[in-house]
Design a protein around this ligand. Structure first.
Ligand code: URA
Length: 457
């Protein structure tokens, strides 16, 4: 095993947190050593949350240049070990999304790709800001554990070609802490902080290649395609620098993906997808990302062939079988996968009905995410637990026509006290008019080591 050691042997005595924070606050450039010092101090509990929060806000407001961003990723990556999976046969490929609303794609494509023979070591995050997180979704399956140690991580991927885990004290511990802190300090939407977070855990998990889904729009952290391109270029650049072939797609998040928003609701929708009965937007991106992973894993000669294999894994049942096997291995109750309707329902279920005939002209997807958080599906402080049953089913999305009295969304919660807030948020997320805004392309660009390309399939 050729794992790198946690921590550094640098003598940090001549730095102090306040002076480094002040430097960034005043818009100065930090050295690699100063960034490494902050990350090392915070990861070893020598620096409290309030100082790291101040640094994050200074970095958020004043930015980090390319060199600082690279130093941040490097320090975060080396806060823990880099897993060596060279004993697992095959090219290991993972996928990561920059975050959105209703984004359950990892739950669908991970078993598809593993069923096609490509090993997928997947370290994910929890809900962040208004967006959902894969770990919270997985934990909504009773018994499912994402807190596993390195030996168990290796054991599971060897056995199933797939492992689903969270950052640990061994793997990406800096991201484990910073991610939770950024979530509650309004410091998420920053290209260098997102890049450090994503790439430190992806490079630590033992991959050979990576596929990224970089989202833009009202429900994404990057609101414009231009910012999404910048983020994608940064992420691909870091991946390639570390010798990992990296392909990113830029995809639209102006409307939620699929119809389910909220932890168990999304797991249930992803089971439908794996059973061949998923919403078309979710399936289109899932097959593209899975097909690209299968291609990078050298199980297909090109991406189109990869997509064909991905579709077959759904239609021949091997993907759902892989999902059942992996849920069982992680301790999850597979009865809920086989029979999702048996999952207990939230105590308050409220339909929202349209008060006019019309067309859903637009959706503020950020507000949909915030309404779901208000219902209990996300966190407002680090200590809060998420409610697996809370969330929203969207019966109508942009472009759909709706009649007066027709239900356009259903809310699920166990928190009666915040229900009215969530209802108001969700109502104002929908604009009902006479005509929908022009349909956007779901996938707009592909970004790889050769640059940014318009995507047309
Ligand atoms: N996903 C991550 O893992 N980190 C971020 O900062 C944003 C999305």
């Amino acid at each position: 095993m050729n794992q790198q050691k946690k921590g550094t042997n640098r003598d940090n005595n001549h730095y102090n947190p306040v002076s480094v924070i002040r430097k960034k606050r005043d818009g100065e450039t930090l050295s690699n050593e100063e960034i490494e010092y902050l990350i090392q101090q915070y990861t070893t509990d020598a620096m409290p949350d309030y100082q790291m929060s101040a640094f994050l806000m200074a970095a958020f407001l004043n930015g980090l240049n390319d060199n600082e961003a690279a130093a941040l990723t490097h320090s975060m990556l080396h806060s823990g070990i880099i897993v060596d999976l060279s004993h697992v046969p095959g090219i290991k490929v993972d996928k990561h999304s920059t975050g959105g609303v209703g984004d359950k794609l990892s739950l669908i494509l991970a078993p598809i790709v593993a069923a096609c023979g490509v090993p997928v070591p997947m370290i994910s995050g929890r809900g962040l800001g208004h967006s959902g997180g894969t770990l919270d979704k997985l934990e909504s399956i009773p018994g499912f554990t994402v807190d596993i140690d390195l030996n168990r991580y290796k054991e599971i991927i060897e056995k199933h070609n797939l492992v689903l885990a969270g950052q640990t004290e061994e793997i990406a511990p800096a991201d484990k802490r910073l991610y939770a802190l950024r979530d509650v300090t309004a410091t998420v939407e920053s290209i260098p902080l997102i890049a450090g977070s994503i790439m430190s855990k992806k490079l630590a998990e033992g991959i050979d290649a990576l596929v990224l889904d970089v989202k833009f729009g009202s429900g994404a952290f990057m609101k414009t395609v231009e910012d999404a391109k910048k983020l994608a270029k940064t992420l691909v650049g870091i991946g390639e620098q570390f010798g990992k072939e990296t392909i990113a797609y830029i995809t639209d998040m102006n409307r939620p993906l699929g119809n389910a928003v909220g932890n168990w609701l999304e797991v249930k929708e992803s089971i439908d997808c794996l059973n061949g009965d998923g919403p078309s937007d979710v399936m289109e991106i899932s097959h593209l990302l899975a097909g690209t992973m299968i291609y990078l894993g050298k199980k297909a000669d090109n991406i189109s062939k990869g997509i064909e294999l991905s579709r077959s894994a759904v239609s021949n049942g091997s993907a759902i079988q892989k999902w059942i096997d992996i849920v069982k291995e992680h301790g999850g109750d597979i009865n809920f996968i086989k029979n999702p309707e048996s999952y207990p329902k939230a105590s308050h279920i409220v339909d929202l009905n349209s008060d006019a005939d019309g067309v859903i002209a637009a959706m503020d997807t950020y507000l949909v995410g915030m309404a779901s958080l208000e219902l209990g599906a996300g966190r407002k402080s680090k200590e809060e637990t998420v409610d697996p049953q809370a969330g929203i089913m969207l019966h109508k999305k942009t472009g759909d026509s709706v009649e007066k009295g027709e239900t356009f969304a259903t809310l699920y919660t166990n928190k009666k006290e915040t229900l009215n807030n969530a209802i108001e948020m969700l109502k104002s997320a929908y604009s009902i008019g006479e005509e929908a805004i022009k349909p956007v392309r779901l996938i707009t660009h592909k970004v790889d080591k050769n640059g940014i390309h318009d995507y047309s399939d």
